[in-house]
Design a binder for this molecule. Sequence first.
Ligand code: GLP
Length: 241
Amino acid sequence: MRIIHATDYEDMSRKAANIIAAQVVMDPACVLGLATGSTPIGTYQNLIKAYEAGDLDFSQVSTYNLDEYRGLSHDDPQSYHYFMKENLFDHINIDQANTHVPDGSDPDAEAACSEYDRIVEEAGYPDLQLLGIGNNGHIGFNEPDTCFSKGTHCVDLTESTIEANSRLFDNIEDVPRQAYTMGIQTIMNAYMVLVVANGEKKAQAVHDMCFGPIQPSCPASILQLHPNCVVIADEAALSLC
Ligand code: GLP
């Protein structure tokens, strides 16, 4: 695991975007694993800037997102489908048919999740998987547990995640209680993992991810075993490391 110190959110975002940009330039038909949440928004903004400057071409890139709330339609403004269009896909020349997000609108969890595993496997797994990290060490929506999950599955969100994510909803009752998420094994199958984290709220999770015991109570800790994992975090997020 390589830890890159960033001075602040802007610095973190630019450094992360540079790595993703290099991936796209070196392999124009690459597979990117993408993430939602506030943390990667700045990274996406930098990628959009590079695209607008004529430095990036996404026409052959395909993307697979980590997760989606269960029960939200694709055009629900709180859905991760909508988030990705708003924050990235609508601003670059990616073929929307090459973008994939688990289908939270499918009430049949087993069918939706196994279909997602099938297409991620068929794509050959991400060349680069971008990740944020939850305050409790979750990645994707893989919450602290007693074992590491494998493939895409339906999860019950913890109260702390519901509370953390409620800032993006009108009120906490509107936050979906379940989500479909890629499993830990799927995430570990990516050739490179790039984690971004900022702010002191993430300090404990970042410490446990990088230096804590590898255990499912901190799902991100498994990344210590990934052969090519880069963490870019600002000083506040690294304050306990
Ligand atoms: C959500 C997402 C995660 C994300 C986490 C942290 O739960 N499912 O993929 O990493 O939030 O979000 P933020 O970056 O807003 O702190």
